[in-house]
Design a protein around this ligand. Structure first.
Ligand code: ACO
Ligand code: OAA
Length: 378
């Protein structure tokens, strides 16, 4: 009998020079650089260069990349109108899918080694406009095109939140963009790869990836993790909540567990640091951070034997909440960053390793049956 790998566990679908994960030891590197060092010493724009061109940029390369992003914030009015035409209570990722479908009909050009990277940079700039306007449309604000500034993170925060963010907030947003930028081939990136394997266009790959990201077992977990903290309400309720909900009802603890990491996700440690830092200035955020810490302690006590630890989605919500984003935007903020990983992987695949992805399903139904006329069935 053929081997079936449920959930494609431990199946290698491609080679990559983008991201290295050591799940046993909690190590994550992009292009050979530790995630901790990238967050500490580089910007999201530098990571874009690293992912698309294989190296951190020189000053002039960075300048050129920043100019390309700045020029790509403008998106056609029809796409903006489409976002604002949806009801305010529409799902944020659904709104992104709508916008990216529209963009695919406008910019979904054939793959071409000579301009795949430039197209990817434009796509990332447009993603910033899309996410900012998804938030604004849902909040009943007017449309906006992000304005160029010192950084992608600052332009995005300014346009989405309609205020000038502090340096500390820009740094936290930039860190989050780097932390979520890529993670090898999770479900969303695999969806993008399957789409690219038919030689569909880059924007369509993002639509497929968004659809896969949204689920609560993947990118949707950041919202679900934070909703747990809201449900708990006060730090002193954490233990009772955990006993009732997790231990007795056997619900999954959201923001915990990972297919690859069998130890603490290195990104969760960094998100925790920024969550602590940012939440200090906001009473509610500080409360949620404290609840998260209690839940983390209880989760580790309960699940570490099974090697289940906090993942990247556990503390990211506290950072986003502290920045002023509503919970419903958390997955879209993840998506904004991950567009980089999605496009970098599909470019790597289409350019160097392309083959139609077409697995098999092992048939286990009746082998052969004769059709019985409908009046004789039953
Ligand atoms: C950015 C990201 O996508 S990170 C992941 C975000 N997702 C979440 O946080 C949702 C909660 N976590 C989970 O559901 C899982 O850990 C997943 C889906 C992420 C990965 O899990 P998988 O590798 O598919 O493992 P699987 O679902 O088979 O679980 C294995 C065992 O661990 C348990 N388990 C895994 N995660 C959790 C959790 N968060 N809470 C409680 N138990 C868990 C399962 O119940 C199962 O136990 P069993 O062997 O006794 O039946
Ligand atoms: O790798 C995974 O399966 C999920 C994940 O952490 C991510 O996409 O960031």
């Amino acid at each position: 009998m053929s081997q079936i790998s449920r959930g494609l566990e431990n199946v290698f679908i491609k080679t990559t020079s983008l991201t290295y994960i050591d799940g046993e030891n909690g190590i994550l590197r992009y292009g050979g650089y530790d995630i901790e060092d990238l967050v500490e010493h580089t910007s999201f724009e530098e990571v874009i260069h690293l992912m698309l061109y294989g190296d951190l940029p020189t000053k002039s390369q960075l300048q050129k990349l920043k100019s390309s992003i700045d020029e790509s914030y403008e998106v056609p009015q029809q796409v903006i109108d489409m976002i604002y035409s949806l009801p305010k209570d529409s799902d944020a990722i659904g709104m992104m899918e709508t916008a990216f479908s529209a963009l695919s009909s406008l910019y979904g050009s054939p793959w071409n080694k000579n301009n795949n990277r430039e197209n990817a940079i434009k796509l990332i700039g447009r993603a910033s406009t899309v996410v900012a306007n998804v938030l604004r449309a849902k909040e009943g604000k007017k449309p906006i095109i992000p304005e160029p500034s010192e950084s992608f993170a600052k332009s995005f925060l300014k346009s989405s939140l309609s205020r000038t963010p502090s340096n500390e907030e820009v740094k936290a947003m930039d860190a989050s963009l780097i932390l979520y930028a890529d993670h090898e081939v999770p479900a969303s990136t695999t969806a993008a790869l399957v789409t690219s394997s038919t030689l569909s266009d880059m924007y369509s790959c993002v639509v497929a990836a968004l659809a896969a990201l949204k689920g609560p077992l993947h990118g949707g977990a950041a919202e679900e993790a934070f909703k747990q903290f809201v449900e708990i309400g006060e730090p002193q309720n954490a233990e009772t909540w955990f006993r009732n909900k997790i231990t007795e009802q056997k619900s999954r603890l959201m923001g915990f567990g990972h297919r690859v990491y069998k130890t603490y996700d290195p990104r969760a440690k960094i998100f925790k640091k920024y969550a602590k830092l940012l939440s200090e200035n906001n009473d509610n955020a500080r409360k949620y951070f404290s609840i998260a810490q209690s839940v983390e302690d209880l989760g580790i006590k309960t699940f570490s034997e099974k090697r289940i630890y906090p993942n990247t989605d556990f503390y990211s919500g506290v950072v986003f909440y502290s920045l002023g984003f509503p919970i419903y935007m958390f997955t879209s903020l993840f998506a904004l960053s991950r567009t980089l990983g999605w496009v970098a992987h599909v470019i790597e695949y289409v350019e160097d390793q392309h083959r139609l992805i077409r697995p098999r399903a092992l048939y286990i139904g009746p082998l052969k049956r004769e059709i019985v006329p409908i009046e004789l069935r039953g």
